[in-house]
Design a protein around this ligand. Sequence first.
Ligand SMILES: Nc1ncnc2c1ncn2[C@@H]1O[C@H](COP(=O)(O)OP(=O)(O)O)[C@@H](O)[C@H]1O
Ligand SMILES: Cc1ncc(COP(=O)(O)OP(=O)(O)O)c(N)n1
Length: 274
Amino acid sequence: MKVNKALTIAGSDSGGGAGIQADLKTFQELGVFGMSALTAVTAQNTKGVQGVYPMTAEAVSAQIQSIGEDLRPDAVKTGMLFSAVIIESVSNEIVRYGWKNVVIDPVMIAKGGASLLQNEAILAMKKHLIPLSLVITPNIPEAEVLTDIRIRSLEDKREAAKKLHHLGAKNVIIKGGHDEAKDIAADLLFDGERFSEFKSSRIQTANTHGTGCTYSAAITAGLADGLTVPEAVDRAKKFIQAAIENDLGIGSGHGPTNHWAFNKRKKEAEGYGC
Ligand SMILES: Nc1ncnc2c1ncn2[C@@H]1O[C@H](COP(=O)(O)OP(=O)(O)O)[C@@H](O)[C@H]1O
Ligand SMILES: Cc1ncc(COP(=O)(O)OP(=O)(O)O)c(N)n1
């Protein structure tokens, strides 16, 4: 049996809804063997982030090397990277191992407003990491910071996507979660030549903690499985839609999504449901 493997390089969310916990749950649900390199520990729950405790850049490199020297991932994603030195170490390791299926979720700010990336790290992300990406998945505020384009329309999104492609990302997905006035959650994909949109109905809920992490992890799992970028995005969109629609209703703030929902729905469709 061929086992497909995916690595997440990201921060820990003690509340389990975002970060490395969301990534590993998503990998598991999509049948991919999950591995992790921790960049920071956050004390976090559905109400917000109470503390951020970064790892040293050496510790991040050492974890990635342990995986690179032995288990060899089929796809890699990055999430919260926190500092310029961690970004440089991660970029160096990606180059060292020649990893190509690289998904960058340029995590900057948690839903409650806490900063998960230092301001001076943005330049390092643009210079060192984005050129190594097969896919980058910014939300609208992140795309605005990375491109200096104010995004108010589809045309603005297209301009921002082109600029991110110019920075070296082979495929750019600008996510529509923050377009709250629209009843459709539309994610725009640009592959350097063509634009396409992946759409779903917008669900009215406060329980969207970790949507970006879960979505980018699902794309990474798809790439590890050998799907093309559009195929991986299409499946990831269905995965996140099911996860938001069936939220767990736990915690008193922005609750987590439901990582079981996609497979539960699939099993029910196949006649295994109760
Ligand atoms: N309320 C919602 N209803 C349906 N889909 C959503 C909703 N909020 C976010 N999404 C989807 O979740 C994924 C993550 O998007 P987004 O929430 O913008 O990321 P982030 O967590 O990084 O801010 C995207 O596919 C987006 O379209
Ligand atoms: C440790 C950690 N990493 C990433 C995030 C951000 O997750 P995201 O999927 O963007 O969801 P929200 O924070 O916006 O709900 C995080 N919170 N913690």
